[in-house]
Design a protein around this ligand. Structure first.
Ligand SMILES: Cc1cc2nc3c(=O)[nH]c(=O)nc-3n(C[C@H](O)[C@H](O)[C@H](O)COP(=O)(O)OP(=O)(O)OC[C@H]3O[C@@H](n4cnc5c(N)ncnc54)[C@H](O)[C@@H]3O)c2cc1C
Length: 393
């Protein structure tokens, strides 16, 4: 049997970042992960970082490469029926976003953890949480056919939407809020320099499209697609032809036709569980909530949860009075949920305005009216910009 202060389940960005912040604060962690290190490092996902996220990565000491290689974007463009309108993020809010792939954030965090010599166990099976309601929780897992047991003060459930942590909490202790959207996103990654300088979110008659990038030599583009579609039904040629059609005007004409190096379909969902704590188990990141990617909030929310959890645990260990120490933990869930619900609202709103929904002509006219209003009203643009760059931590 091993003992540590905090067992972190899941080595995605939430788990790795929490481990980094806690180790810098002198708090021991053991990080356990179901997949191999290579698999975790190569997972392609988010890419837009809020300034608050960059600050937390700086605090964790993992922002050197991000500062030199990240692309600072001072605006985003919204396209609708052949017109494009730039939302001037910097001018409207004083803030910019940074384009830096989640794969790169993960790599920086993995390198930093290896440098610290902090323990991470990959490719574990049968992770089970025990005694989470009491003061001495335990985690068991299997590695190479052998069962291991770890006793700890706290468990951080950073194991994503399909992880074991949320499922370890009794149903009766959780409230679940969920909305599933009637379409998915087909994403393509291609090694070609992006011909656009800022992200373009396009609402078209055929559905939504997003022109994005991960670096000066790599584009990441998406199409709204049917939930019945399979990536293999979309040849590269079919993808780029449809992408050009939805982008329209000069952005469409400038679109590269490049071989994809990754192609996948993700369903869109809004999901929140409350509270994010049960006894000595704390949920963080996708383990507790999901947003549709339209607002670019998933990774950013995982980082803000982790920052609040780091503050709560640091407060606990610094406090010698038992009651006060417990009180340091109490604020975690309400503090996270306040920010999460705002990001949920914004992500739902962006999804609602930019995608083609089946049916309802009234809703469709409202969608058009909303976008026309957005293009004409500086106040509406300021609201979008404020949420896009992220509300304060
Ligand atoms: C396909 C896809 C595309 C996305 N695209 C975007 C995007 O474009 N923009 C955006 O903002 N966000 C996007 N997101 C969301 C963003 O990537 C997530 O919000 C972010 O990864 C959350 O980080 P996390 O660490 O909480 O969870 P995850 O990244 O899911 O990490 C959880 C980790 O826990 C591990 N794990 C799971 N179960 C167990 C277990 N039982 N035991 C041990 N380990 C376990 C997993 O293997 C994984 O490594 C996307 C998500 C997906 C799935």
């Amino acid at each position: 049997m091993v003992r540590t202060q905090v067992v972190i389940v899941g080595a995605g960005p939430a788990g790795l970042l929490l481990g980094q912040l806690l180790h810098k604060a002198g708090i021991d962690t053991l990080l356990i992960e179901r997949r191999s290190a290579e698999y975790v490092a190569s997972r392609i996902r988010a890419g837009v970082l809020e300034p608050g996220t960059v600050e937390v990565l700086e605090l964790a000491g993992v922002a050197n490469r991000l500062q030199t290689e990240g692309l600072v974007h001072e605006g985003v463009e919204i396209g609708f029926r052949g017109h494009r309108h730039r939302i001037a993020l910097k001018e409207l809010t004083g803030k910019s976003v940074t384009v830096y792939g989640q794969t790169e954030v993960t790599r920086d965090l993995m390198d930093a953890r290896a440098e610290l010599g902090a323990p991470t166990v990959y490719e574990v099976d049968d992770v089970t949480l025990h005694d989470i309601a009491g003061p001495a929780p335990r985690v068991t897992y299997r590695l190479g056919g052998v069962t291991h047991e770890v006793v700890c003060d706290f468990i951080a459930g950073c194991d994503g939407f399909h992880g074991v942590s949320r499922r370890s909490i009794p149903d009766s202790a959780l409230s679940v809020y969920e909305k599933v959207y009637p379409f998915g996103w087909l994403g393509v990654l291609a090694d070609v320099p992006p011909p656009w300088t800022e992200l373009i979110y396009a609402a078209s008659e055929q559905g939504f499209a997003l022109a994005s990038m991960r670096s000066p030599t790599r584009v990441r583009c998406y199409l709204q697609c049917s939930l019945d579609d399979r990536p293999e039904q979309w040849s590269d040629e079919r993808f780029w032809t449809e992408f050009r059609r939805r982008m329209g005007d000069d952005a469409g004409a400038r679109t590269p036709v490049a071989p994809s190096i990754e192609k996948s379909i993700a369903p869109l969902r809004s999901y929140v569980v409350e509270p994010m704590r049960f006894g000595r188990l704390f949920l963080a990141g996708d383990a507790a909530h999901i947003v549709p990617p339209t607002g670019a909030k998933g990774l950013n929310l995982a980082v803000s949860d982790v920052f609040y959890l780091y503050e709560a645990l640091r407060g606990f260990y610094r406090e010698s009075d038992g009651d006060l120490a417990e009180r340091a933990l109490d604020g975690y869930s309400p503090r996270c949920l306040r920010r999460i619900w705002r990001a949920e609202r914004f992500s739902w709103w962006m999804t609602r305005q930019l995608h083609r929904f089946p049916g309802d002509a009234f809703d469709s006219r409202l969608q058009q009216t909303e976008l026309e209003y957005l293009f004409e009203s500086r106040a509406a643009q300021a609201g979008l910009a404020e949420n896009y760059v992220g509300l304060p931590l």
